[in-house]
Design a protein around this ligand. Structure first.
Ligand SMILES: [Fe+2]
Length: 538
């Protein structure tokens, strides 16, 4: 505390009597604020009431997607409680006149029941409704609404892809939302929408939630994105966190299952491998003007997807090819290699000159290529000359450390990286030029490069990272782990010599600070608690 009497005496001679009466309360406020600033701040996690995410007879979780051809096909999915059996979608060419609906049409939607009431994480029974819009006009803004004939959503607008394949457009790509979804992903996706309000679709590269079947997390995802999900079509691919066993259904040691919400709540193109129904609506492609976007499932049946992938790539007559899946071929973080996946898929990316691979999973940012120049020169590995650009990004609040030696283990170049930073990406395509930009959650440019398509189908790579803010790491950003006071650290180090402190989580218990810490030594983990008095509980 500052020495208040001293301050008072010091200021006294120059303060008029009237002001003196105000001075003491003023100094008290300053002192109190100073004391609060010094206080250890523990994050107050929100608690959501269970009924918050339950369906009603009003349409919610409205999400739009394109079909295989984004110029003529779209689909919408929404949720209600199980009292709603009659599901309709209305669609019309949008117009400034409020009566645009006069020239619209009404479609019957398909209704399916999701009964997850016996799953502890879900405890929900709901109806999911989906309508498919076909024969749309290219380059046209439509308005649609969904409902049961009496209860309706608002009219929602979206645009189809142009039939002029060279018309410039932009889209968004985000990595794992996964953690603190409503708390922290909301600001990220909204900033993305603000930065690129003209984005035509959003690629979600897996781990949209943390616990595959937990209905509250899906509700957070829909609430965080709000109307964006219903206006800007989603292209989602599942991550490992969209797969989880359901012991309530399958017993202990059960196989992981795709999130029970996934297929009911998304209507994605069903043009994946026809003989692998297990991965329907996770493996698919959409053509948007001169771009083919391919979603792969990096969780299951990775090798079995190869014949389909080869067919989709070899028959592709689009100028640009973008693939998205969850597990990166070149890991951003330590101990997370996906060697088999790289061996299975990369030869095809090389052979068919995939331009961009948009990935997630590693809770950090990494962007680079496989030394395309070197490979062209020595001719040993000439297939790499296309130089697919690989990106890992993260949009939610969980952060991991980067691999210390970049992509050296892969004989690849990691050209830009970040730690401890929520990011979204805006990708613009304008004829022969693809511009990639990554932005922080506050809208600062974090990374940029261009690809210019050459006559032989390869790309000229133009590095633009110098336009961005300096590199962000754990060492130069706000601490991610809760700081452990020095005196407590000394106590732990004396008790557990040669251990590394790898995680700290502070909370308050009966007014006292308690730190849950993780110590590691030779790969062995020790989880324990230490309170502010130095008492250790193992
Ligand atoms: Fe993941």
């Amino acid at each position: 505390m500052p020495n208040l009497p001293y301050l008072k005496r010091y200021i006294e001679p120059v303060i008029p009597v009237k002001m003196k009466n105000l001075l003491l309360p003023f100094l008290c406020i300053v002192a109190c604020q100073w004391a609060i600033a010094q206080e250890y701040r523990v994050y107050k996690a929100p608690r959501f009431r269970e009924e918050w995410s339950k369906p009603t007879d009003y349409p919610d979780r409205i999400v739009l997607s394109f079909g295989a051809d984004a110029a003529t096909q779209a689909s919408v999915t929404w949720r209600t409680d199980t009292t709603v059996h009659n599901a309709l979608a209305e669609i019309a060419v949008a117009d400034g006149a409020p009566t645009f609906w006069r020239y619209g049409k009404t479609l019957s939607a398909k209704t399916e029941q999701l009964d997850a009431s016996s799953i502890e994480m879900a405890k929900v029974k709901a109806h999911y409704h989906s309508a498919v819009f076909t024969d749309l006009l290219p380059g046209t803004t439509y308005a649609y609404r969904v409902g049961d004939g009496t209860t309706w959503s608002e009219w929602i607008q979206f645009s189809t892809a142009s039939d002029d394949k060279d018309e410039p457009f932009a889209f968004l790509y985000v990595g794992d939302a996964q953690n603190y979804i409503l708390e922290l992903w909301a600001r990220l996706i909204r900033e993305g929408y603000r930065k690129a309000p003209d984005a035509k679709f959003i690629i979600h590269a897996g781990d949209l939630v943390n616990n595959a079947h937990r209905d509250q997390e899906w509700h957070e995802w829909f609430t965080a994105g709000g109307f964006i999900h219903s206006m800007v079509p989603s292209m989602s691919t599942p991550g490992n966190h969209e797969y989880r066993a359901i012991p309530e259904w399958d017993g202990t040691n059960a196989k992981r299952r795709l999130s029970v919400q996934w297929r009911p709540q998304f209507t994605l193109p069903e043009n994946g491998p026809q003989d692998l129904q297990e991965i329907a609506e996770t493996v698919y492609y959409t053509d948007y003007q001169d771009v083919r976007i391919i979603s792969l499932n990096s969780n299951v049946l990775q090798e079995e997807q190869i014949p389909w992938l080869e067919k989709v790539l070899s028959e592709n007559n689009k100028k640009w090819t973008i693939v998205t899946y969850h597990h990166p071929l070149f890991s951003a973080s330590e101990g997370r290699e996906n060697t088999r996946l790289r061996e299975a898929w990369k030869p095809l990316f090389d052979k068919y000159q995939v331009d961009l691979a948009l990935q997630g999973h590693d809770h950090s940012y990494a962007r680079g290529r496989v030394s395309p120049g070197e490979n062209v020169l020595d001719g040993v590995n000439a297939r790499d000359k296309t130089g697919t650009v690989y990106v890992v990004s993260v949009s939610g609040g969980k952060m991991y450390e980067l691999k210390q030696n970049g992509w050296d283990d892969y004989e690849a170049d990691r050209d830009r990286a970040a730690e401890n930073t929520q990011l979204f990406q805006v990708i613009r395509i304008n004829g022969d030029k693809l511009s990639f930009e990554s932005y922080t959650a506050t809208g600062e440019l974090y990374d940029a490069f261009d690809l210019e398509k050459q006559a032989d189908g390869t790309n000229q790579f133009i590095e633009r990272k110098s336009e961005a803010i300096p590199e962000r790491r754990f060492t130069n950003t706000i601490p991610y782990e809760d700081p452990l006071p020095d005196n407590l650290l000394s106590i732990l180090m004396a008790r557990y010599p040669d251990h590394a402190l790898t995680r700290v989580n502070a909370r308050k218990e009966a007014g006292k600070l308690v730190f849950a810490v993780r110590m590691e030594k030779d790969g062995e983990r020790l989880e324990l608690q230490i309170d502010e008095d130095g008492t250790i509980r193992e």
